[in-house]
Design a protein around this ligand. Structure first.
Ligand SMILES: [Zn+2]
Length: 311
């Protein structure tokens, strides 16, 4: 069975100011790497609707983002916070990044390929209900989680966040909705400064694992296996969503962890095995960070390869 790649060509049109690491070259690098894999089934994303965005975001947030894009001068940028800038074409990129995750949920719920990877940017996991943050406009994975719960009537959805930064926006969802289990493995201290160990959300539906700068990939693997997988199995989600950031890679300029390409294949296999065991094999991954383009492409390809079959 193949992995579904949900591609958002609008990702290429969201240009950013010089020296911003979250640039269109990231999308191109992942796209090139995934095209070299055999066995993927490619489809294009759709645009998210306002109603779908507003399951997570406030109407004011959606309006602020879209009107800032519309107000940007031709070829110029409108700054929404210190590192989150938009231009006119950013609206389509943001709507399609969220729409890719929605489309992926629709497809895995319909059968056919049960594992999907969303090839889209900007990332989403820092976006809070009423706030853009850290390159993120709309929180694709949170919007996808609510789509699975509301449109399909599921009772439990898990979000596993392997980006090197804490998924503060996604944790906001778990803190208000106990149908969502959220687990993040991230470096601390590091941007955005949230995500302490010991935070438990509602009845234990939040699990944060923090890693000091320069922690080994062996420790990351060990803690994922010993701490995340058993709690995930107890929660028994009906679909697993992954915030697939690749900035915990040893080559990444923003993170200080030491994951290798092989670690991304390993963790994909572990999550796939969990999905097979209790989530009807349903697994939707969404591209988040990763800022060394060659390593980003290799790591994403290793991750998608790891989704093909459980180890
Ligand atoms: Zn990140």
């Amino acid at each position: 069975m193949s992995v579904l790649i949900v591609d958002s060509p609008a990702s290429a049109g969201h240009a950013v100011p010089p020296d911003n690491p979250e640039h269109p070259g990231r999308y191109a690098a992942v796209r090139r790497a995934l095209q070299q894999l055999s066995g993927g089934e490619w489809i294009e994303s759709r645009s998210a609707t306002r109603d779908e965005l507003e399951r997570f975001h406030t109407p004011g947030h959606v309006e602020r983002v879209l009107s800032a894009c519309a107000a940007a001068e031709e070829g110029g940028w409108h700054g929404l916070d210190w590192d989150t800038h938009v231009q006119q074409s950013s609206a389509a990129a943001g709507l399609h990044a969220a729409g890719a995750a929605l489309e992926a949920v629709d497809r895995v719920m319909a059968g056919g390929p049960r594992q999907a990877f969303c090839l889209a940017r900007p990332p989403g996991h820092h976006a809070e209900p009423d706030r853009v943050m850290g390159f993120c406009l709309f929180n694709s994975v949170a919007i996808a989680a609510l789509h699975a719960l509301e449109a399909y009537g599921l009772g439990r959805v898990a979000i596993i966040d392997i980006d090197v930064h804490h998924g503060n926006g996604s944790q906001c969802l778990a803190e208000r909705d106990e149908r969502v289990f959220f687990s993040s493995l991230h470096q601390a201290p590091l941007y955005p400064g949230t995500g302490r160990e010991g935070e438990t959300g509602l009845n234990g539906n939040v699990l944060n694992l923090t890693f000091a700068d320069n922690s080994s990939s062996a420790l990351w693997r060990q803690r994922f296996e010993a701490e995340v997988l058993p709690v995930l199995a107890r929660f028994r989600p009906e679909v697993i969503l992954v915030s697939a950031g690749f900035d915990a890679h040893e080559a990444d300029p923003l993170g200080g962890l030491n994951l290798t390409d092989a670690d991304y294949g390993w963790v994909a296999g572990k999550i796939r095995a969990s999905a097979d065991e209790f989530a009807h094999s349903r697994l939707v991954s969404v591209l988040e960070g990763g800022y060394d383009c060659p390593a980003l492409g290799r790591a994403a390809a290793a991750f998608v390869s790891g989704l093909y079959s459980a180890p």
